[in-house]
Each structure stands twice: as C-alpha cells, then as structure tokens.
Design a protein around this ligand. Structure first.
Ligand SMILES: [Zn+2]
Ligand SMILES: [Zn+2]
Length: 279
C-alpha cells in the first residue's frame, strides 16, 4: 500500500474508557476524518461532548458505525441524533451496526421522545433529519463503498453478542477499529498491513481471568501477537477498563509494555482527544 492519500486523514479517539463513569475517560467512541467527511465509530457516554471538543458539529456527521449494542458503546446515540436534528441536519444520517441495530434504533428515538418530537414539530420544526437510515451488517464483508473510501466488517466473539470490527481503506491507507471481543483467525488477514489499529485493551490477562466477563476480551499478549502477525504499523489501545476497577492508573501503560514484548510497531495508550494524523 504505497498510494498517497489525496485528502487529509485524521483519527481522533473521543472516548478511551468504557462502562464506568470515569470523568477522564469518556465511553467508547472515535472519529476518522477523511477530508470533509467524518466517520463516527461507536457513540458511548459523553461522545458528543468530545466530538465538540474535537471541533466537529454533530449534524455534520452522517455516517455512524456501531460495533455492538452494549450500553457503554451506544448510550450517546439518542443525543447525537436529536442534537443533529435540532441543529438542522442537512445530510441524512446512515446508521450501520450489527444485527439488532434496527430494533435498537426503532426504540430509542421516537418512542421515548414522543412528547419532545410533538412539541418541536408543533412549533413548526420539520421532521426531516430526525430518523436515521439503519443498515444492519450481517456478513463479514465489504459493505460500503463511497467516493474515496470503503468500509469492511469482521466479527468478533464477545460473549455471544453480535459484535463487529470495522476496517476503512482510503487512499492507500488502512485503519482497523475494533469494538470489544476476541477476533478469529481471519482477523490477521483482515488487518494486514494496517497503518493504524485501534483496539480494545480492557485489562491484563491476570485481571481478565478474575472477571466474570473477562473471556469476552483480548489480552495484551494476544493483541501484541495479533498486531505483529498482521504487520500493523501503529496501535492505539482503548476501552481501558482495568483502572476503573483497580484504581491503578498505571495499568494501561503496563499493558502497553506487555504488548511491546510481542509487537515491534508503535503502541499508543489511548487518552480522550488523542489524535493520529494519517495524511
Ligand atoms: Zn465495551
Ligand atoms: Zn462490549
């Protein structure tokens, strides 16, 4: 992949945390900016606040990709939809996600906000821009091709929940963004030569072994081996759960060291607002 990107390409990690209400780490969310277009991946707690901090208007984002429907990854979706509508969204929102996304979207927008919608429409607001077009991604395949980029999906094993990772190919650059879960063997080829992989890293192997949900996640050793086998160039770790539970703020850096034992590329510990310029 030697082709040079024709447009600016910037990744921003909006939220580096997960379930717990950590004020320094918002819930899972990140953007990839390809020129004027912004792709949003997951929309967890405080994602929209971080989006504003990154200088992006919610209504300008018309592609949202959900990895899975655990609440930490999706809890800001109603706010994202409503503030975009409120602000006069011009470009219709397309919402991609795993099986169940249609059911989710049909229940979190109109039913709980009937009074709000009736009130605004009653004052003359158009309903245009409110309802996203929902597309469920049910196969591990390339599912979206638009000018300048394409997006492919892969499945991860996440406690039996439909769960996706996404890969964006654009202008000779490859970016892989995981949700949660352990990928299969095919993930090495899927991630081959990625310029950037953004991957969950919820805790050390010892920590995960003690959690009832620990088997739903990759260990740092597994992640390092995966990134190495795939020839990934740069790795960002996110979904940094362990410090929320143990209080140990050095945990993420220790996990990064473990990854470096297995992987020779660059490893960055996710922080909210972390930017990677891929131009
Ligand atoms: Zn999660
Ligand atoms: Zn999850």
């Amino acid at each position: 992949m030697t082709e040079t990107p024709t447009t600016a390409l910037r990744f921003v990690l909006l939220g580096s945390g997960a379930v717990r209400n950590n004020p320094r780490r918002a819930g899972p969310s990140q953007i990839l900016q390809l020129g004027a277009r912004t792709l949003l991946f997951d929309c967890g707690r405080s994602a929209c606040m971080r989006l504003a901090q990154a200088g992006v208007q919610a209504e300008s984002v018309d592609r949202l990709f959900l990895t899975h429907l655990h609440f930490d990854h999706v809890t800001d979706v109603p706010y994202f939809v409503f503030v975009g509508w409120n602000n006069g969204r011009q470009s219709p929102l397309r919402l991609y996600g795993p099986e169940g996304t249609e059911h989710f979207a049909s229940r979190i927008i109109r039913p709980p906000f009937q009074q709000d919608i009736a009130s605004r429409v009653g004052h003359g607001k158009s309903e245009s821009g409110l309802d996203p077009e929902v597309i469920e991604v049910k196969e591990a395949s390339l599912f979206l091709q638009e000018e300048g980029y394409s997006v492919s999906a892969a499945f991860t094993d996440h406690g039996g929940m439909p769960s996706l990772a996404y890969r964006v190919d654009t202008g000779g650059r490859r970016i892989v963004i995981t949700g949660d879960g352990t990928p299969g063997e095919d993930f090495i080829d899927y991630s081959r030569d990625a310029d950037l992989m953004v991957c969950e890293c919820s805790g050390t192997a010892e920590f995960l072994a003690q959690q009832p949900w620990g088997a739903w996640h990759l260990t740092p050793e597994g992640l390092g081996e995966l990134a190495s086998a795939a020839g990934v160039k740069r790795l960002v770790i996110k979904h940094l759960v362990m410090e929320d539970i143990t209080g140990d703020r050095t945990a993420a850096h220790r996990m990064a060291e473990t990854i470096r034992d297995h992987f020779g590329g660059e490893v960055m510990v996710g922080e909210d607002g972390l930017e990677v310029d891929l131009s």
